[in-house]
Design a protein around this ligand. Structure first.
Ligand code: GTP
Ligand code: MG
Length: 455
């Protein structure tokens, strides 16, 4: 049994054209040679890297499958080790049978994320890149995939490494100057220290701010549609979801309970809830629905407040307007196909944006989409901007930012440069932890335990 060579099925469990069994480690080729018989008679251990061989998996004289074996040679492989990938026919039965044959030949089953962990341990990637690989696999939208791909290419790694090396230069200079005063090391001016620190702090701050946007990219945003009865909330819901999810009639009070759906509008995924029209009502069931709608205004991250553009604002509209939180709500002026009688001035100050639509005719959706994109902050993201992937990364960046801010405080308070140096060094430590250059084993294991087997 060779503990250093690992194997797992790398493709999803289930039916499929092709299944891939991945083997990685010093003995990868020898392990595969025990069960792989190439048509040309050549051994994988004598096969150069990046070469495919056609052959069969045979165990105890039983032919398991016709396969292609692909050889990668260390260090130029995903893990940085010798790797053999066996492509066999897909489906649970064959892939498991091939895997079992590989394990019987001396590999051991890979743990979740172990291939990627080896890539990290062999210096192919840093810890943030490993986490972005996981994001890429999990991405279910274009923007989320793009953000993950940038991170995988090292956007966060490069940015934080640049900040880190500036801090290291600064710390080195400060200590040299403090430790060897007789050596004529030029004193760093307080201004230049402050400039370096402020610049680093601003960049880290931006990363922290973008984190929330990243969460919305990945997980979507909790959204509620509210408004008085009959303004067209359910019509809008149906327009967004692309089918008749909510019942629409001309009777006020049609929707009574909360109707939920996940929709993608432009780049944004909305977990959207259509609610009962808000008004005073004696109807017991409708009243419960109205209370739920009011509650949703408080708990949702995005509120689409719908108004009837063809009518004046009524008492119920005003109540809703006053319950809104300006920073997270958009006024949707509906039914503009009927002309505009509503007074928009009364609305503008209470919401972050006003959009005119006709839900019935499907007009104005692009404006609504843009308003939402602006509000959640997607439009502010620059194309090559790295977005932190998870809480672990965010915490490390926040701690680093805090340490730099303490360094700046020490400077302002006229404390010794030693105090400044201590804080700068703390920030460096945090950034080393972020990239995994100095992360504890517990942290590293925790990161990879979230992966699937085979990655
Ligand atoms: N002309 C016009 N009529 C619309 C538009 N949107 C909705 N309506 C009509 O307005 C009426 C009410 O629409 P709903 O979507 O049920 O309104 P609601 O806000 O969900 O109403 P409740 O669930 O009762 O609170 C229906 O007759 C719709 O066809 C629009 O853009 N233009
Ligand atoms: Mg409705």
């Amino acid at each position: 049994m060779n503990n250093n060579t690992i194997a797992a099925i790398a493709t999803p469990r289930g039916m499929g054209g092709i299944g891939i069994i991945r083997i990685s480690g010093k003995e990868a080729k020898n392990v595969a040679d025990k069960i792989f018989v190439s048509m040309s008679g050549k051994l994988l251990s004598n096969t150069p890297g990046y070469t495919a061989r056609y052959g069969r998996i045979i165990e105890n004289n039983e032919i398991i499958d016709d396969v292609i074996a692909l050889v990668f040679t260390a260090p130029n492989s995903y893990t940085g080790e010798d790797v053999v990938e066996i492509s066999c026919h897909g489906g649970l039965y064959i892939t498991q049978k091939v895997l079992r044959a590989v394990l019987n030949s001396g590999a051991r089953p890979a743990q979740p994320g172990e291939f990627t962990k080896r890539a990290f341990l062999n210096g192919k990637i840093d810890l943030t890149q490993a986490e972005f690989i996981m994001d890429l696999i999990a991405a279910n939208g274009e923007q989320a995939a793009k953000a993950a791909a940038l991170g995988k290419e090292g956007a966060i790694y490069k940015k934080t490494t640049r900040i880190k090396s500036e801090l290291i230069d600064l710390a080195a200079h400060l200590s040299a100057w403090a430790d060897y005063p007789e050596d004529d090391i030029p004193q760093v001016s307080e201004d230049s220290i402050r400039t370096t620190l402020s610049k680093s702090m601003d960049e880290l701050k931006k990363l922290i701010q973008n984190y929330d946007v990243g969460v919305i990219l990945k997980k979507g945003i909790d959204t509620v549609i509210v408004g008085r009865p009959n303004v067209g909330k359910s019509t809008l819901m149906n327009l967004l979801s692309g089918y008749e999810k909510s019942i629409v009639t001309d009777i006020a009070g049609t929707t009574r309970d909360v109707v939920e759906e996940t929709v993608v509008l432009g780049d944004v995924m909305l977990r959207i809830a259509d609610t009962a029209g808000i008004r005073n009502t004696e109807d017991k069931i409708e009243k419960i629905g109205v209370d739920k709608a009011k509650e949703k205004i408080k708990t949702s991250k995005l509120v689409l407040a719908v108004f009837d553009g063809g009518a004046r604002l009524l008492e119920d509209d005003l109540k809703i307007l006053n319950a809104l939180n300006k920073s997270n709500s958009i006024a949707v002026i509906n039914k503009v196909d009927l002309g505009l009688s509503i007074n928009l001035e009364e609305i503008k100050g209470k919401v972050s944006d006003v959009v005119e639509i006709s839900a019935k005719k499907g007009e104005g959706l692009e404006d609504l989409s843009k308003a939402i994109t602006d509000l959640v902050g997607f439009s502010k993201l620059e194309d090559d901007e790295g977005i932190l992937s998870n809480e672990r990364q965010r915490k490390a960046v926040m701690n680093a930012e805090k340490a730099i801010s303490e360094a700046l405080d020490s400077l302002s308070l006229g404390m010794t440069l030693d105090a400044v140096t201590v804080s700068v060094e703390e920030a460096i430590q945090e950034l080393l932890e972020l990239t995994g250059e100095r992360a504890s084993e517990v942290v590293v294991n925790e990161v990879f335990s979230k992966f699937c087997v085979g990655k």
